[in-house]
Design a protein around this ligand. Structure first.
Ligand code: C2E
Ligand code: CA
Ligand code: CA
Length: 713
């Protein structure tokens, strides 16, 4: 329903206008007032669609009325038509200022009245409609804005959840070093409330050190606007547990591209680090002794060299090589050898200072890096202590094992300025210590470099020696004391090395055993000795020929098969051949060696144990082998007069050997006195310079032709 209010003080006008208004459209209700004040009272409770008011009224003019009406809430848009009698501009202005919508001139043209009123009504309805539309639109817009924000909030929340579930610490700080956020992982690590710390200073939350470091890195990112390359840092958790993190820092920008925050992401790499460290440890340590290996030693030397350049004290490199360790392995087995190495490693570590380094270089080679050397005396003292600790007796599996060591020492910087130089110098010094009879140390001396070169030359010369027919055999007679006759000869190899004269086996056989040339050399010796034996036989001399065997041969070839083959090739009677074995050969692999030896003995070949008394075996052990002869080592013979214990050993060997049905040969007999003692002890045969040095085959023939007798003094 359309409501129209008429305000006019004249009753006639009120009636006319009411009638006209009712005719504007269907369903119009008209409220007419003579007094504008009454109209205002009514308007306070009712909202009309159109007001038509006279201007000239005694109580209140049309302008005042309009102003009062417009001031009421919700009445600003309702159209108000003001009737003026005259075309009076000032009245119209007043009415417009008061909020009038339109004017009608009095006397009123009825048609105009209706048209104007109708148009205004339509207009105001249109406006109202637009307004509601606008409001709806606004509401709709508002709603959609809200949902957009909701989506944003949701995605932010999801993002936050993702950030929280990341197995990394994620946080952001602003330019002032205040925390913008920390994720759950980080909050958990530090035992903090992720929401409570927002806005707080990093140092206050994470501690001064982490805070200060974090800020200085953050500042770099703020300044450069670029992410920092990842770096590793160790952070301490609330449980006081240090963990290693890989941390990256990246700028966070606002819509204007300004860096406002720095995002810090720290990935826990503690386990990976541990695995790496483990691998590193394995790569740098020897698995048997857990000592640092060569790589780590070289690292340390490199560091010490760098430190020495800065003016620190010099250091010494001791290279240790256990003497004759190979025979421990060969004789007692690798498990015993390993045990010995472990014990020696512990002893070495226990002998040096904590700042020194003990490394195992492989096999039976160790190194000691002695730091902070003040005088040469320090170096010598340590070397002596090392020799002492190694040579202390050791019992493994019930066997007492005596080990000695040779040490070569190089000093930095006098003996070498770089790693290779130092290692080489120490190596040469060690070679000298070995040459000096082992169980000793040697300090590097400049002239040792030539020794090294000689060694290399010796190796290549030895390789050609067989083809160039540079080897020859000397023979040393063995005299039967009962008859004074030469009953046998021992074949001893000699090398006629061009430019060096005769080289004794002690100088090249150890090298040949190392580089494997011992096998072809031994083949040649056996063949040559048999060939010579056959010649003597053909000349009517019934002579036993002894040939030395090397432990290496038993490891690399079937000695039994070789002997059978050579005997067949040369046509030598097996009874004339004797093989000299060391105790270490017997103990390599007792069963297979024993089997081999029984076969040989069954053929008629005789067997002698060389250097008896120096090895590990006991007589009781020897009795399991088919041995014909024991050769008492020259060491015992040499001291037989002066050393009562050596004399006792000689006597024991002779007595026990005889009780096992073996003959006894004494080696290295040089004097009449020694000979007399041996005869008195009941020795069977002797061999030594007293009767003859080793000589070429012609020399043996001369001795034989000269009677082959020796007068027992
Ligand atoms: P070995 O088997 O104990 O040989 C005895 C060594 O003592 C020989 O040294 C000999 O010349 C030396 N000798 C003999 N009588 C005396 C003496 O009265 N006083 C002193 N001081 N020494 C004496 P050589 O010929 O230098 O041989 C040294 C070692 O080389 C031998 O010790 C043996 O183990 C080894 N050898 C020599 N020839 C061969 C060979 O053909 N094959 C193998 N596998 N080893 C050999
Ligand atoms: Ca021998
Ligand atoms: Ca010997």
């Amino acid at each position: 329903m359309t409501r129209i209010v008429i305000v006019d003080d004249r009753i006639t006008n009120r009636n006319i206008f009411s009638r006209l208004a009712s005719s504007i459209e269907d369903g119009v209700s008209v409220e007419a007032f003579g007094d504008p004040r009454e109209a205002l009272v009514w308007l306070q409770r009712n909202t009309p669609d159109l007001i038509i008011t006279d201007f000239n009224m005694p109580e209140m003019d049309g302008a005042e009325f309009t102003r009062a009406f417009r001031a009421m809430p919700g009445c600003s848009d309702i159209p108000v038509i003001v009737l003026t009698v005259y075309e009076e501009r000032s009245y119209r202005l007043k009415a417009l200022e008061a909020g009038a919508t339109d004017f009608l001139q009095s006397p009123v043209d009825h048609h105009e009245f209706v048209t104007r009123a109708r148009n205004l009504l339509r207009l105001s309805r249109q406006q109202a409609l637009i307004k509601t539309r606008a409001v709806t639109l606004e509401r709709e817009l508002d709603a959609s804005e809200r949902s957009r924000q909701q989506v944003l909030r949701d995605s932010r929340e999801r993002l936050a959840q993702i950030v929280d579930t990341l197995p990394a610490m994620v946080s952001a700080c602003d330019r002032d070093g205040r925390i913008v956020f920390v994720n759950a992982h980080q909050a958990d690590f530090y035992g903090i409330d992720p929401e409570a710390v927002v806005g707080q200073d990093v140092s206050a939350v994470f501690g001064d050190e982490h805070g200060a470091r974090g800020r200085s890195y953050d500042n770099v990112v703020f300044e450069n606007g670029m992410a920092l390359p990842p770096f590793e840092e160790t952070l301490i958790s609330q449980r006081k547990e240090p963990r290693v993190f890989l941390t990256t820092k990246a700028p966070l920008r606002d819509s204007t591209d300004k860096v406002v925050h720095v995002l810090t992401t720290s990935l826990d790499i503690t386990d990976r680090k541990r695995a790496e460290e483990h691998l590193l440890h394995i790569a740098h340590h020897d698995s048997l002794t857990n000592l640092p290996n060569r790589t780590l030693l070289q690292d340390r030397i490199r560091r010490e060299i760098a430190r020495a350049r800065r003016g620190d004290r010099p250091f010494a490199l001791h290279l240790l090589d256990l003497d004759r360790f190979k025979s421990v392995n060969d004789v007692l087995g690798h498990h015993v050898g390993d045990e010995v190495l472990k014990v020696m490693a512990e002893r070495l570590v226990g002998t040096v200072r904590e700042t020194d380094l003990v490394a195992r270089l492989g096999g039976d080679e160790f190194a000691v890096l002695q730091i902070g050397v003040q005088q040469l005396e320090d170096v010598k003292q340590l070397a002596e202590r090392l020799i002492g600790t190694i040579s202390a007796p050791l019992v493994v599996e019930g066997r007492e094992i005596a080990t000695t060591v040779s040490i070569g020492i190089a000093l930095h910087p006098s003996d070498g300025s770089d790693i290779q130089g130092l290692l080489k110098a120490a190596d040469l010094a060690m070679y000298r210590a070995k040459a000096d009879g082992r169980n000793t140390y040697s300090l590097f001396a400049a002239d040792m470099t030539t020794l090294m070169q000689e060694q290399t030359e010796l190796d290549s010369a030895l390789r050609h020696a067989i083809n160039r027919k540079e080897f020859t055999l000397y023979y040393q007679p063995q005299i039967e004391l009962a008859t004074g006759r030469i009953v046998g000869v021992e074949a001893l190899i000699r090398w006629r090395r061009p430019g060096h004269g005769f080289v004794s086996p002690g100088e090249f056989l150890p090298l040949a055993e190392e580089n494997g040339l011992i096998v072809p050399i031994s083949d040649w010796v056996l063949r040559e000795a048999c060939r010579q034996s056959k010649l003597w036989q053909q000349l009517g001399h019934n002579l036993r020929v002894s040939v030395n065997l090397s432990p290496v041969q038993f490891r690399k070839q079937n000695v039994g098969a070789l002997v059978v083959k050579v005997l067949a090739e040369t046509g030598v009677a097996p009874q004339t051949l004797e093989l000299e074995l060391t105790e270490s050969i017997l103990m390599q692999d007792p069963e297979s060696v024993a089997e081999n030896l029984r076969q040989l003995q069954a053929l008629g070949v005789s067997l002698a144990i060389d250097d008896f008394g120096t090895g590990y075996s006991s007589l009781a052990y020897i009795k399991n082998f088919p041995v014909d002869r024991l050769k008492i080592d020259q060491g015992f013979v040499r001291n037989i007069e002066d050393d009562p214990s050596d004399a006792a050993i000689v006597r024991a060997i002779i007595t026990l050997g005889h009780s096992l049905g073996m003959d006894i040969v004494a080696e290295g007999v040089e004097t009449q006195e020694q000979l007399s003692r041996l005869i008195a002890e009941g020795c069977d045969e002797v061999q030594g310079y007293f009767y003859s040095r080793p000589v070429p085959p012609e020399g043996i023939l001369e001795l034989l032709n000269g009677g082959g007798y020796m007068q027992a003094g």
